[in-house]
Design a protein around this ligand. Sequence first.
Ligand code: HEM
Ligand code: NAG
Ligand code: NAG
Ligand code: NAG
Ligand code: NAG
Ligand code: NAG
Length: 469
Amino acid sequence: MAKPTFFTAFLLISSLYISSYFSVSKAYNSAPSPPIVSGLSWTFYQKSCPKVESIIRKQLKKVFKEDIGQAAALLRLHFHDCFVQGCDASVLLDGSASGPSEQDAPPNLTLRGFKIINDLRALVHKACGRVVSCADIVALAARDSVYLSGGPDYDVPLGRRDGLSFATRDATLQNLPAPFDNASTILSSLATKKFDPTDVVALSGGHTIGISHCSSFTRRLYPTQDRSMDQTFAKNLKGVCPTQDSSNTTVLDIRSPNKFDNKYYVDLMNRQGLFTSDQDLYTNSRTRSIVTSFAVNQTLFFEKFVVAMVKMSQLSVLTGKTGEIRANCSVRNANNMPFLASVVEEEVGEKARAFSVVRRYRGTIVNPFSLACFTVHVVSCCRHHCCYYGLVPSQRSPQVRSRSPTLVEPFLPPCFRVLSLVATVVRVVNPSNIDVSHQVGLFDHAWGEPRVGLDSGPADGSPSGSPVS
Ligand code: HEM
Ligand SMILES: *[C@@H]1O[C@H](CO)[C@@H](O)[C@H](O)[C@H]1NC(C)=O
Ligand SMILES: *[C@@H]1O[C@H](CO)[C@@H](O)[C@H](O)[C@H]1NC(C)=O
Ligand SMILES: *[C@@H]1O[C@H](CO)[C@@H](O)[C@H](O)[C@H]1NC(C)=O
Ligand SMILES: *[C@@H]1O[C@H](CO)[C@@H](O)[C@H](O)[C@H]1NC(C)=O
Ligand SMILES: CC(=O)N[C@H]1CO[C@H](CO)[C@@H](O)[C@@H]1O
């Protein structure tokens, strides 16, 4: 008995050793991280998109080299996304396409960075297909914004899905604290999302980078000057914002406006916080000592910031089969007219190859919908090796059925989902004369045996050749 026990213990110890070895790969992971919610995971895209994080980081390095100010934009985007109905990328939904959106509510007046997110989405989907959610891209972009401007690097749990619905204007106003709020208001508002005072002070440290418009703080200057504000600081701000409604902007952290560091807390100790919501953290007795501790110890700030960010990044996330993976971060898939085109574009691993097949048969394709259908089919077959299993189970060939009656099923879902979507679209838009399964069957055959003419009828029942890889 001793032997197996010893062996088990050895395994346990060595695996502990290994996991602790990996967990220090990022500097701040040694700190206790908050529990991750079920459905999210640290390795979510390990198989389906192993490069997602390196693609995003590489691209953002490029973007920030041009304009480091964008880092702040992306960090704030994630904050707004998560605070209003959860980190579900609802903040990205384009109002003009599908009704009122978070972008149109007043606190979002100045959100920026949407294009960067959509560009990242395009890069990631080009590499992996439509598997990574916009919400995860936003969370990773926020992390990289922190890191690439000098802050801590940390792991982000992944697996968020994109929301289907907009946050109303009211929900947005209710969930985002105002810069005019005092610390006790902010503390109780954030407590409803399970943030403690340390989290609140750490998260506010996001204001160590970025800019603000005059309107967010001029009521501290006019008509009477806020007495908790340093005189010289106030005088300079009056220069930037000569009137209450000036449209100018200024930096949030005067000491190091583009660097993610702990200087924001030094600002607060010098009464140079820009918003009431910032400065009052140093006035309030529950948060004052936390501000001081971060001002004197950047390592401590980084550690607490990471904990709070990982918490924030998991607020009311959608996981599993809820929500969707948007093909365009600005619109729900259901409202996305070029959706078919983008499915085609993104599902393709070997884009050029698939399109050359499409081109070959273009002349025989009766209308744009069957073209889309065909294209999607070819493309998803290339990816999922499901080429000649047919569209619907009843249409599967006897040969396929007899060859692998059960084996067929595991192959079906990815291909089938895309195809049934196409079938639905075709039925809705053009109900009269398109027999989708017939056409797909036909093209199955053409794909397996190119020499068979397209006019030889449906190939269903005569699959041959091996799956295309
Ligand atoms: C605690 C409550 C918070 C309030 C009241 C607040 C308020 C604001 C306001 C009013 C602005 C300026 C908008 C403008 O006038 O252009 C701003 C900017 C910003 N906020 Fe917050 N915020 C809060 C929390 C956070 C959190 C938790 C983060 C991230 C961790 C964050 C990150 C940022 C960043 C990076 C900017 C600069 C954006 C840019 O340069 O485009 N804020 N915030
Ligand atoms: C904070 O603001 C709220 C709402 O405006 C107010 O009721 C409260 O008295 C303020 N607290 C402090 C300590 O100033
Ligand atoms: C905007 O702020 C700058 C200083 O940052 C100042 O020089 C300029 O005059 C301001 N512009 C307006 C229109 O007030
Ligand atoms: C700063 O904080 C870190 C992290 O909590 C801690 O290990 C370190 O001892 C602190 N440094 C000082 C000088 O207090
Ligand atoms: C995404 O959707 C928006 C809004 O409909 C549109 O303006 C934009 O061109 C779309 N982007 C792509 C890449 O299709
Ligand atoms: C930049 C931007 O989108 N600004 C809009 C934000 O929302 C207000 C309405 O609340 C619009 O007036 C702004 O044009």
